[in-house]
Design a protein around this ligand. Structure first.
Ligand code: ADP
Length: 166
């Protein structure tokens, strides 16, 4: 039986921290499906299609990684894909309470799906998509935060946003 894992998130945009989690989990599971959440309460900077295409580009060296957008409940998405594992990254204690609550809720809804936590690599423990968006907005250097192919897309987007174009 193939061990399929789903790695869900907003990825708005994908950071080096996310990529680190994807690369590490791709060594542990047979197949990783990165699930780009399309029904977030927050209004994202990038559309789901844009977030998927950035992720496809930065994971193209990983044969067992696939990227898909999804709406609705994560456990339903995971079940449809026959995934038995949900992957989440833990950066700091502040992530813990929310992650524990989500993992327990998901397990009550779908007892055969387990959440698998990877602790972040130290060099990325401070990194979040929201910090990256702020730095880019003010013209800061994001090269240490996001994969190279994301840099031009990110600058272009924040510039367009400032110009009032979607
Ligand atoms: P969400 O809005 O669902 O938290 P994110 O895109 O912010 O989505 O994060 C997706 C997952 O990646 C979460 O499990 C989060 O804890 C993890 N993650 C975010 N940033 C990092 C990082 N720098 N290092 C490791 N894991 C991270």
């Amino acid at each position: 039986m193939e061990r399929i894992a789903v790695y869900p998130g907003s990825f708005d945009p994908v950071t080096l921290g996310h990529l680190d989690i994807i690369e590490r989990s791709a060594k542990i599971f047979d197949k990783i499906i990165v699930g780009v959440l399309n029904n977030n309460s927050k209004i994202p900077l990038f559309s789901a299609e844009e977030r998927v295409s950035m992720l496809v580009e930065v994971t193209k060296h990983l044969e067992n990684v696939q990227v898909m957008a999804f709406e609705g409940l994560l456990v339903d998405f995971a079940s449809q894909l026959h995934a038995s594992v949900i992957i989440r990254g833990l950066r700091a204690v502040t992530d813990f309470e929310y992650e524990l609550q989500m993992a327990q809720t998901n397990r009550i809804m779908q007892g055969n799906i387990d959440t698998f936590f990877l602790t972040t690599s130290l060099e990325y423990s401070y990194l979040s998509s929201s910090v990256v968006r702020e730095v880019a907005k003010f013209g800061g250097d994001v090269a240490k935060f996001v994969p190279a192919s994301v840099i031009p897309v990110l600058y272009k987007k924040v510039r367009r946003k400032e110009d009032g174009i979607k």
